[in-house]
Write a protein that binds this ligand. Structure first.
Ligand SMILES: [Zn+2]
Ligand SMILES: [Zn+2]
Length: 128
């Protein structure tokens, strides 16, 4: 029958807001079926996630299913040009392979964390 849609249901429950405020807040959010913009698969935007989004003031609904989101995140963190850059290089002092959170400049020595700290400690004590 017409009118028995989600909205009508919520307004009926809404009349008991004074009694069960917290319960109603959960009821306002219903699992929603969204379509992934990447693979076109339908995925569930759960009430819990909607609550989380509302809590964080996220204005946009998720556009991708979990699988595509994970893939995208992996691609982003693996790619360059983003703030988190990890470059694998060889330590100029001990020759050990290490990763540095920046792009090493050609010709400039790069040290692993231990050597970097060693050198810093050495220069600090030398300054005294
Ligand atoms: Zn997808
Ligand atoms: Zn080293």
């Amino acid at each position: 029958m017409p009118g028995r849609r989600g909205a009508a249901c919520v307004s009926v429950l809404g009349s008991t807001v004074g009694l069960e405020g917290a319960y109603i807040k959960m009821v306002e959010y219903r699992d929603k079926v969204l379509k992934c913009v990447d693979c076109g698969a339908e995925f569930i935007f759960t009430a819990g996630e909607q609550l989380f989004f509302a809590d964080k003031n996220f204005k946009n609904e998720p556009k991708r299913c979990k699988a595509c989101k994970a893939k995208r995140n992996a691609a982003l963190s693996g790619g360059t040009g983003y703030s988190k850059v990890e470059t694998t290089t060889i330590c100029s002092q001990c020759g050990k392979e290490t990763t540095v959170p920046f792009k090493p400049t050609q010709g400039r020595p790069v040290y692993c964390r231990e050597c970097f700290q060693q050198r810093r400690a050495a220069s600090a004590s030398a300054a005294m």
